[in-house]
Write a new protein. Sequence first.
Length: 934
Amino acid sequence: EETKVSTTQVIPAAAANDRLSNKGLTEPTALTNPNPLAVTSFLSVLQWDSINEMDEFFSPIHTYQVCNVMTPNQNNWLRTNWVQRDGARRVYAEIKFTLRDCNSMPGVLGTCKETFNLYYMESDRDLGTSTRESQFLKIDTIAADESFTNVDLGVRRLKLNTEVRDVGPLSKRGFYLAFQDIGACIAIVSVRVYYKKCPATVRNLASFSEAVTGADSSSLVEVRGECVGHSEERDTPKMYCSAEGEWLVPIGKCVCSAAPLTCALPSAACQLGFYKSAPGDQLCAKCPLHSHSESRAARVCRCDSSFYRALQDPPSAACTRPPSAPVNLISSVNGTSVTLEWGPPLDKGGRADVVYNVRCRRCAGAAGPCEACGNGIRFVPQQMSLVQGALTVTNLLAHTNYSFWVEAVNGVSDLSLESRRAAVANITTNQAGRRSRSPCPGLSVVTLLWQEPDQPNGIILEYEIKYYEKDKEMQSYSTLKSKSTTATISGLKPATRYIFQVRARTSAGCGRFSQTVEVETGKPGEGVGLSLRYDTMTIVWICLTLITGLVALLVVLICKKSAHLLSPLPNLAVKFPESKFYVDPHTYEDPCQAVREFTREIEASRIKIEKVIGSGESGEVCYGRLKLPGKREIPVAIKALKAGYTEKQRRDFLSEASIMAQFDHPNVIHLEGVVTRSKLVMIVTEYMENGSLDTFLRKHDGQFTIIQLVGMLRGIGAGMRYLSDLGYVHRDLAARNILVNRTLWQSGLIRLLSRSLLQGGKIPIRWTAPEAIAYRKFSSASDVWSYGIVMWEVLAYGERPYWNMTNRDVINSVEEGYRLPAPMGCPSTLHQLMLDCWQKERSERPRFAQIVGILDKLIRNPDHLKVASRTRAVWPAGPGSDAGPGSGGQQGPGAVVASRNQGRVTSRTGQCGQRTRQCGQQDQGSGGSRTRAV
């Protein structure tokens, strides 16, 4: 819940000296602007101007503008009046502004800017005009997402930008906000200042008063509750108010002191249009969408006509209806098979659990009667409950008319009395293909051959073969990998039908599995043939297989004879080692199947939650203890899904667990199990008591030897090598996502924010490789880039990469060749390894196996770590400039240059941090040569 702190007035400051003043102006009057959140102030000569104008809709707007872009070294200030913080420890400033593109104005290159600075200052009273520039603390440099040009001016198009910045922690009675212009053409339209609080609520018969959020973005404020009338305290009721103004996991409760009905007061009866599922427990809630209450004090809202609520839906869920028919149904006939493709229905009925059923009917003629197709035909992947809009039907009769009905159904389709809507495709099959028999593959060995894809997405790294017993895919399946287009699978059961599929893997990921091939192994003592369905190319490949097998048999016999091997081998088939690899749970038709397959279910009674230690986007993180049968009690971290979650959120939440469960490495966070059979869905992992690596390093700044820091990097690299070998791309490798336990050498890796990223969420610009930012091409090579940034964070003891540069400046700087300089005291070998990780061409970056090998050598030979880096970070020279050794020429645009005694230098909008070693100092190597960190 957001609460406005105060209506603000903005006072422009004089540029003549360091003192923020308002000379020659009267005292501020009451705010008279019709928009109470808009910024108002008084005019000041040669400073920000107060202007009333019209927007593109010819509506009046009041703005503060400044546009001194022709003169360099601008320092124009605009300040609000004194704002009382009203008990808030952290407030938020929402700024709406518009800014002009410097490229649209001639003759301002070098003096025009496209950013401005936001400052604040605390005080216990209104200081009037007695404030100085040096008293203000900088909050951030703000850039515009959109800027306007001459064309926008002609049509009065107002490209409005909205930026929100948090201010705090605050401790004094009030504060000022100030805006510094450094040479931009900008107009501030409005400023809104507010803070967040948790609203008053009733939970578990305990009343909680409203609470203002804490001072930090991750802090939790503990609030004790008071039992409502006719109830008494069993365990002290309390909840935590998060920084986002949300109540977190309730602890303790109150119980009725007398008969249960005495806890529900008559005045608490819900009115029409509202309901309460339990008396006295919660406040009355408004009936969900498409539902209504038929009387006062309703326990549940009934659905409107033609709308339904599924059995598993809670009373708080909206009523929904069956979906409309699928659209754009397309059929493609190939002999006696047909491929159907369709699009999702235009109206999903308000639900996300839409699946498809396909009905098949065989017709006597164009207008003749139709009957069910029977059990002879085959649907791939299945006939009912399809998630994707595609299906292949095989084993059809030749020269026969078929009608396929594709229905869209959801969780309430079975409750509706109306007939289901379907899309219909009528087809006629062609001549049936020929059938053949292949030679017996053997009792327990099958050899497969296949062709490369016609249009692979890059270089094929390997093939993955998936096989399982027919009709038992959901129970278990096996996989193996092959570098060539052939594979031999051994150890199969005799007289058993198996299904085989193959897919290719490139650097971009794995492709789709091929169509299934059914093979029956031979029976003991019989020469039973292998039943296959194939075309002419299949026959050719079978012949090649036989020839290859005979040649291999001949070679083996010759080798046996030359080596005088007297005992014959029982089986000449070559076994391919089955290496473990990562399986993406999103490839499952039902992601819950992946959870059941990879994770361990833990009883909720085995877990004791002791305290809340954090809050995330999808849930809370708690500290607790786990006691499994026959084992000692251990501390664990528990991530609980927030109440009111949707089914999709639950699936995504558990998919995270099924990913973690596949990892088994000392440097990767260990999953203890999941809790899915209770109302509170939880993921239980090992507890890392020292928290995130960046916080840990900042807390112990300068306390580790270089060998200890390299040991940390080695542990992180080993974990990433393990994940990379599994084919898993991390995408968000950063020190904040690395956990540290009590033992220094064991750091855990866990991927965070993956759900939002996969859905097109924000990318961590400072840690992400250029190709991943530009094209969202994530790979193990992009993880190597991120690892280089983590190396820099570790050697800089948790300092922020690129300091206070904006994300846009970081992107432009990296694209132009800028690389981070070596932190203070960083050995040259480690900084060179960072630069190798930051190669622009991803193919030139080292692999994690090579990185771990280099770090192992450095640990064994610590003498190589004694030479501190003398690398300086520079920008590439401009075209035609001489940047060679001893040239003495000027640096290219934006070069980082500093004198020998300069402690800190500016790189565009960024500054070198305190632990960055002499960012701009010149190397004193032989001949005055300079190492370019580009």
